[in-house]
Write a protein that binds this ligand. Structure first.
Ligand code: HEC
Ligand code: HEC
Length: 255
């Protein structure tokens, strides 16, 4: 069924070396890396993602232009927010919406610092996201979902299993059925989100979870959603629950 679809799209070659099905328990993308990238991720002097962590630490202590306070002057060390990270996205019962780390940072920039929020994928937002996620390294992704978010979770799961794009492939087609297979030089992983933001050699920079979702949508020629869009927040919630128990490994290095 998959070969027929990819034959139609002329992409069969991409899926030549199929291996066994998905692993029994959730595995980090780290488990699918070759030795070199694995070593690069583990090396505190060579992991390029750590540059953003350092920039994030500097920004955390820096007052924004225009007279607002630094993040640190209200929050203390970045580590104080570490317990929050593995439980995001989470349901906000006041706004009745999901919120993820990027959104919370941007909200604080607006409400508490009185500055314009850093754009998605900007150096500053990636650096702050990386710094706070780095503080949470080793903490397990939480499986807790507020009762009010049950429907959002179900929509996120439906998104994951829904075929889309000209190639009519779902996230699950690649990240469950074909986890372990080779695709354009990448080894397809289980699509876990515990290493974000990740440094991707393909991008030559750090990228957020939503950038990855957009990339994967575009890979099947589906229209991507905007950064921070509701369907991506729901997907992110589902992926957090799907990968519950995996340790935060930010900044992960990927091909
Ligand atoms: C055509 C196959 C394909 C489809 C469909 C696909 N992806 Fe991916 N995805 C990839 C490849 C290739 C990579 C890079 C190698 C890897 O990390 O798995 C990747 C990487 C990822 C990663 C990063 C994993 C890590 O450890 O850093 C996430 C998260 C992800 N995908 C989520 C999704 C989601 C969510 C969907 C559905 C919207 C999706 N993917 C659909 C091929 C696919
Ligand atoms: C003037 C004080 C102040 C400054 C400056 C500030 N924050 Fe906050 N921040 C808060 C308060 C207060 C809350 C809690 C808001 C609430 O719960 O409604 C908060 C909440 C947060 C949260 C969610 C925490 C949680 O546990 O729910 C994050 C993440 C965050 N801030 C990040 C930042 C970052 C990053 C900066 C700097 C760019 C920053 N904040 C600057 C006061 C501040």
């Amino acid at each position: 069924m998959f070969p027929r679809r990819c034959a139609r799209a002329g992409l069969c070659l991409l899926f030549l070396s199929l291996s066994a099905g998905p692993a029994l328990s959730a595995q980090s993308g780290l488990a699918y890396l070759g030795d070199e990238l694995r070593a690069l991720q583990a090396d505190p002097f060579a992991n390029p993602g750590l540059l953003w962590v350092d920039r994030g630490e500097a920004l955390w202590h820096q007052a924004p232009p225009g007279g607002g306070s630094a993040c640190a002057s209200c929050h203390g060390p970045a580590e104080t927010l570490a317990p929050l990270v593995p439980a995001l996205p989470r349901w906000n019962s006041e706004s009745r919406r999901l919120e993820h780390l990027e959104g919370l940072i941007r909200q604080c920039q607006t409400d508490q610092q009185g500055t314009a929020p850093a754009p998605y994928e900007s150096e500053a937002l990636l650096a702050l996201t990386a710094r706070l996620s780095f503080a949470a390294r080793g903490r397990a992704l939480s499986n807790q979902v507020a009762p009010e978010a049950t429907e959002a979770l179900a929509r996120g799961k439906a998104f994951f299993y829904q075929q889309r794009g000209q190639l009519e492939l779902s996230c699950a087609d690649c990240h469950e059925r074909y986890a372990g297979a080779r695709l354009r030089g990448d080894r397809v992983s289980e699509g876990m989100i515990n290493g974000f933001p990740i440094y991707r050699l393909t991008w030559q920079t750090l990228g957020s979870r939503h950038r990855m979702f957009r990339w994967c949508n575009e890979a099947v020629r589906a229209e991507p959603y905007a950064y921070g869009a509701e369907p991506y927040l729901e997907l992110e919630l589902y992926l957090r629950q799907r990968g519950a128990g995996l340790p935060v490994e930010t900044p992960a290095v990927r091909r």
